[in-house]
Write a protein that binds this ligand. Structure first.
Ligand code: BTN
Length: 283
């Protein structure tokens, strides 16, 4: 089956950038094939790293969170990474992955595509199925700075019968299944450009104002909000109700104790995983 999209088109991608974003983007590299766009950026010399975006048509060793892979067949999806040097320690950038998630959904919405939501910390879902994922990786950078790669994979038009797609071990979906998606030849380029635009717009705002400017969008898009959830920690599972985020981007969960009391928990994204739970999960 032929790939849904023609080769990545730099002119079409750049056409989505505003003047400030075009100015902020120092370099855009388009690759036919790479192991991982994150790994490719991480090995660049320091002077080529900041504000350098790379987009690949295909990844042969795409990386996902928690040591998993990211299936990355040719010609049908977006595999994009952006390198950025922050004037802050990595521990102070905990909300960055949340900001990246908001940027992904803003990019979709800017193209008239609706139906995507965010599941803490940084899954992009539609109808409970994985639409896109975010992997942040960093490397040391002197003087209290952090060199961070923001890697984003978006399933745009992955054929369900694709061999790689058939190995994905969780429910997934594609942009072309969402309301408002116009599945023409230019969809992938437009979306990749819109994603770059939203990231380049968001990063200075995040550097200046932290997570606060993104909080209203996060609340609007939070698919776990007020939902029963099951949180898996190193110590075991906790059933409770999700109650949004604290100022550091940690997930708040209220556990219903057998006594009838509620116990508040605050979870860090590096330590736990969370999934929707059903009322009868205690059985
Ligand atoms: C996840 O597991 O949800 C995160 C997936 C992140 C995939 C993207 S694709 C572009 C970038 N390069 C990689 O190797 N991974 C990220």
């Amino acid at each position: 089956m032929p790939a849904p999209f023609p080769a990545l088109n730099e002119v079409a991608i750049r056409a989505q950038l505003s003047a400030p974003s075009a100015d902020a983007l120092k370099k855009l590299s388009l690759l036919d094939e790479v192991g991982s766009t994150n790994a490719w950026l991480l090995q660049l010399p320091r002077d080529e790293f900041h504000a350098h975006a790379v987009i690949a048509d295909q990844q042969t060793a795409g990386r996902g969170r928690r040591g998993r892979g990211w299936q990355s067949p040719a010609g049908c999806n977006i595999y994009l990474s952006l390198g950025w040097i922050f004037n802050a320690a990595v521990r102070d950038l905990a909300c960055l992955s949340l900001v990246a998630g908001v940027a992904v959904v803003r990019a979709l919405e800017s193209q008239g595509i609706s139906g995507a939501g965010l599941k803490w910390p940084n899954d992009i879902l539609a109808d409970g199925r994985k639409l896109a994922g975010i992997l942040l990786e960093s490397r040391p950078s002197g003087g209290g700075r952090s060199a961070v790669v923001m890697g984003i994979g978006i399933n745009v038009a992955m054929p369900p019968d694709d061999a790689a797609a058939q190995t994905i071990d969780q429910p997934w979906t594609c942009v072309t299944a969402l309301p408002g998606a116009n599945p023409d030849d230019g969809l992938r380029d437009r979306l990749a450009g819109a994603l770059l635009e939203r990231l380049l717009d968001a990063l200075p705002e995040f550097e200046a104002g932290g997570f606060a400017p993104f909080d209203p969008d996060w609340k609007r898009l939070d698919v776990l909000s007020s939902q029963p959830v099951c949180v898996t920690t190193a110590e075991g599972e906790i059933l409770g109700r999700a109650a949004g985020l604290d100022a550091q981007g940690n997930l708040l969960v209220f556990e219903q104790l057998p006594s009838g009391d509620q116990q508040a928990h605050c979870f860090n994204s590096g330590e736990v995983s969370v999934r929707p739970a059903h009322r009868d999960s205690r059985k």
